[in-house]
Design a protein around this ligand. Structure first.
Ligand code: C2E
Ligand code: CA
Ligand code: CA
Ligand code: CA
Length: 281
């Protein structure tokens, strides 16, 4: 049902390659066409835990369906992956996030967020022309590649390690940043982890939520932060909801955090207003 509704929304079926390509081209010239009507990219601040300042944003897609209302990405991303619709949608999200980040650069200069972090689904990750497509979007939006980070979940990077290393290296050649997402929820082989050219490790929020009640969880978080540092990566935590958690995570030496304590995901307009207010938590 959701699948049908998505296909209807996009006015095409996933198998129709020409339409898909057309839509891609179309969207590259008209940023607000088609997807932009119902889909929106929201931005959640990534905060430096030391300084309390915004270091960047994570781009998170939102779907406002005309009849169903708000549909959660937890619900529609898996459907989009199964149907292949994630490919054009994912590229639209990436382009939109790059476009907005470039806009902030012009608007805020030195005070612009230095990173936008975009989620990449497993299906996108294995596309043979992925790196070329990312490169094209960077060219089209004139965004400095060093301002873009792609988040790939632990589950996806561990699926086929040899291919992963290849793909990550090709991405790295574009000078973009790479982050492992939802760390701790899958099965990582530490020997492989050290071979990935990734910049950050993001600790899943399940470890943070009960950190105060259960000392084991604090120890686990501390261990993952140390692991990240040993591998030459910065650590990020998601799901920071209280000041106490922020304090603890800062003591542990975790570099960045995101969560409702700092801010929920914001529309581009709200995020722009937030940036203009030069927030410091
Ligand atoms: P994720 O990548 O792990 O994103 C973090 C999720 O945690 C977001 O949910 C965010 O709103 C939520 N969150 C942030 N801070 C807090 C907090 O303090 N407490 C709690 N309880 N939650 C917090 P969201 O936006 O609903 O997205 C859910 C998942 O859907 C994402 O998990 C990601 O896997 C997927 N997703 C979202 N946007 C995209 C996208 O643009 N592309 C792809 N491929 N996947 C996306
Ligand atoms: Ca993420
Ligand atoms: Ca995550
Ligand atoms: Ca998650």
């Amino acid at each position: 049902d959701l699948r049908k509704s998505m296909a209807h929304t996009f006015l095409f079926e996933a198998s129709d390659r020409d339409t898909r390509q057309w839509l891609e081209e179309e969207n590259s010239h008209l940023p607000h066409s088609q997807f932009g009507e119902e889909f929106h990219v929201y931005y959640q601040p990534l905060v430096s835990l030391q300084s309390g300042k915004i270091a960047g944003f994570e781009a998170l897609v939102r779907w406002q369906h005309p009849e169903r209302g708000f549909v959660s990405p937890e619900e529609f991303i898996p459907v989009a992956e199964r149907t292949g619709l994630i490919l054009p949608l994912g590229m639209w999200i990436l382009r939109e996030a790059c476009r907005q980040t470039r806009l902030w650069k012009t608007q805020f200069g030195q005070n612009a967020p230095s990173i936008v972090s975009v989620n990449l689904s497993g299906k996108q990750f294995v596309q043979p022309d992925l790196v070329a497509q990312i490169d094209r979007i960077l060219q089209q939006t004139h965004l400095d590649p060093r301002s873009l980070k792609l988040e790939i979940t632990e589950g996806v990077v561990m699926e086929n390690v040899d291919r992963t290393i290849d793909t990550l290296r090709n991405m790295k050649a574009l000078k973009i940043k790479l982050g492992i997402d939802d760390f701790g929820t899958g099965y990582s082989s530490f020997s492989y982890l050290s071979q990935f050219p990734t910049d950050t490790l993001k600790i899943d929020r399940t470890f943070i939520s009960c950190m105060e009640e259960r000392p084991e969880n604090r120890a686990i978080v501390q261990t993952i932060v140390m692991l990240a540092h040993t591998l030459g990566m910065d650590a990020i935590v998601e799901g920071v909801e209280t000041r106490e958690q922020w304090q603890q995570l800062r003591e542990i030496g975790c570099e960045y955090g995101q969560g409702y304590f700092f801010s929920k995901p914001l529309s581009s307009r709200e995020a722009t207003a937030l940036l203009a207010s030069k927030p410091r938590w």
